[in-house]
Design a protein. Sequence first.
Length: 360
Amino acid sequence: MTERIFNFSAGPAVLPEPVLQQAQRDLFALPGVGMSVLEISHRSAAFEQIIAEAEADLRKLIGIPDNYKVLFLQGGASMQFTMIPMNLLAKGASADYILTGSWGQGAIKEARKLGTVREAATTADTNFNRLPASLNLDANAAYLHFTSNETIFGVEFQDEPEAGAPPLVCDMSSNFISRPIDVTKYALIYAGAQKNAGPAGATIVIIRDDLLERVPENLPAMLDYKNLAKNGSMYNTPPCFAIYICGLVFKWALNEGGLEKIQARNAEKAKVLYDAIDGSDNYYRGHAEKDCRSLMNVTFRLPNEDFEKKFVKEATAAGLDGLKGHRSVGGLRASIYNAFPKAGVEKLVQFMSEFRKNNG
Ligand code: PMP
């Protein structure tokens, strides 16, 4: 079998090896079904069971109460940037957005096309390297939107912002199922699957029932939460294979001991890397301030851009792939999602130490 290298990609990203192995084993014919998951009808009993089990396992993993619906949709997290205001921002109302990076900016940009929105806070003035010190909240806002982990800048909320009365809406794409959360603090959570949850193609939406009451009449059917919820994510053909893989990932996460265990492991891995950055006499400089450093996406710079290019090139050659940072931050980004092995972090830290010695 082809050997695997260490994959630091921000997403699509590394998946748990046992998941890939099971998918490979069962791809030709699902046990007891005799057909591939790629071939069966989404209306078949076999697929009904796959999606029901994926949902049940996700509910168990996160602790999703009964008064929330779980939807498996298409269109990516980006489609949610549109669906949220379309469904939840009534005419004449206003929604608040906290901007801690490019994805929050993307979300508010789409919402602006559909209604009135306000910036409750932005950290753009320091190139999104921190969390806002305070929020300027509208107590009557239709909802408060935030991005729990800004994938590009590597800035992560440690806790939910205090929303007050407005329902809290969260883009959790890049730290979904990476730590325990109290779902009851949220009205809506959404996440593109392709970081911690599975492959690209499925987007998970967790929505509290009372929000469905707000959905206006006559929305396009495919953009209408009420319609999608009523049809159990199967108004049309859902992303069957992506949902199947997500289901395997949820089972894997439960088998690993659940989100507390996974969080502890994530914290341990991130500490190894941040300690290496902090202990480098400023050779490596983290982008995010220490109190909001992401456990998922570790962003850092080198003394100059030539070194950064050289680092990426040599790291890639050494089997450390996907470390080039996003152009809006520059430098490097090591994405170390749930399934990323600690051995890969250790190898990177070793590589960083040697690179510094050779390029001091
Ligand atoms: N939000 C966040 C936090 C993301 O990291 C991403 C993708 N990297 C998106 C939204 C957009 O997701 P998608 O490509 O699924 O539309």
